[in-house]
Design a protein around this ligand. Structure first.
Ligand code: 5AD
Ligand code: SF4
Length: 338
């Protein structure tokens, strides 16, 4: 019966919550492997074997929010805070450019509204100097800000919904509202961005049905990029003693997202790479087609502390996963062969 559902999955017009829950719950080890095979085959047919590589610069770790899971939360006074200036950010973006990468991701905690002007200048400078595609991951800002960033030349915006389960969402987000978060994603689309979103697997109180609901939300939204990773505990946060998300459940979530969300770009997340030494390769084998390198300067890396023992995802690391998964590095990457 699982096999039948799996065979239908790609053609399902409007999958029901119950069907998605079943897809996420293969009853036997053979069914678990069949899910992997189906997601991998669909990825192969639609997107091919080349793994898309992007570079991230985590340019600041100050945040005005207090998400319970995150090491950057405002009330974590044990973290030393930094904010690179535009000149330093441009230098780090230059390193990304030198690798041959075409998309840079600018990520930070949620900064104050005052940051807008300097961010707009930064976006313009990157466009002018490097002509890179720019993905922003800056948290929730005003609609006006989104429009200003888009006009300045940014292309994509990454804003994870984190979880669509109202109770779970509320419990871990003292500053946020689920409906508002959804509204932000609509504003981002209206401002002209390609949308990246995604979620965390293993939050307290989260059920398999919560994750099924997340996948249906990503599908309905028509997200271009969907990042799914396990919860990992961060010290000095309210969830520091909560267990990490389950590896197999996270991989199943990646696979079902692949089956139900068409040609979306699915990254093999840093959190999966951190949870398990082979997590990045597994993700590639379960439907993922993209890797985000971390190009934050060495001095700041340790302070971009979302969770403990974050894996050092550089080109060597990515090359190893790509090779082990039998996949290919894109030909735009310069001077390296895996
Ligand atoms: N475990 C897993 N993912 C986390 N993130 C933040 N903290 C954690 C954690 N402890 C994720 C959030 C955020 C992204 C940048 O990092 O999903 O959107
Ligand atoms: Fe801030 Fe984002 Fe961390 Fe929440 S998840 S505390 S908004 S950096």
């Amino acid at each position: 019966a699982y096999g039948d559902l799996l065979n239908q999955a790609r053609e399902l017009k409007a999958p029901s919550l119950e069907e998605v829950v079943q897809l996420l719950s293969p009853p036997t080890p053979a069914d678990h492997r069949a899910l992997q095979g189906a997601a991998d085959a669909l990825r192969q047919e639609t997107l091919g074997d080349v793994v898309d590589i992007r570079g991230a610069v985590e340019f600041g770790n100050r945040c005005r929010k207090n998400c319970h899971y995150c090491g950057l939360r405002k009330e974590n006074h044990r973290l030393s805070r930094y904010r690179m200036d535009n000149e330093a950010i441009l230098a780090a973006v230059g390193d990304v450019y030198a690798l041959g990468i075409r998309t840079v991701i600018l990520q930070s905690g949620e900064e104050l509204p005052e940051a807008t002007e300097s961010l707009v200048e930064l976006i313009k400078s990157i466009k002018k100097q490097f002509g890179l595609r720019i993905t922003l991951s800056l948290g929730e800002r005003s609609f006006e800000d989104y429009r200003a960033f888009r006009r300045a030349g940014a292309n994509n915006y990454l804003l994870r919904i984190e979880t669509t389960d109202p109770e779970v969402f509320e419990r871990v987000h003292p500053d946020d509202d689920l409906q508002e978060r959804k509204q932000h994603l609509l504003w981002l689309r209206e401002a002209g961005f390609l949308l990246g979103t995604g979620g965390i697997v293993g939050l307290p109180g989260q059920k398999v049905a919560s994750i099924a609901q997340d996948i249906l939300y990503w599908r309905d939204l028509g997200a271009n990029m969907i990042g799914v990773g396990p919860f990992l505990p961060a010290e000095h946060t309210p969830l520091e003693n909560h267990p990490p998300g389950d590896l197999d459940l996270t991989l199943r979530a990646v696979a079902v997202t692949r089956l139900l969300c068409g040609r979306a770009f699915i990254p093999a997340t840093t959190s999966l790479a951190t949870l398990h030494p082979d997590g990045q390769r597994y993700a590639l084998e379960w439907g993922a087609n993209s890797i985000m390198l971390i190009n934050t300067p060495e001095t700041y890396r340790a302070n971009y502390h979302l969770y403990q023992k974050k894996a050092k995802v550089d080109l060597d690391f990515a090359c190893r996963s790509i090779k082990e998964a039998g996949r290919q590095l894109p030909n735009y990457i310069q001077g390296v062969t895996c």
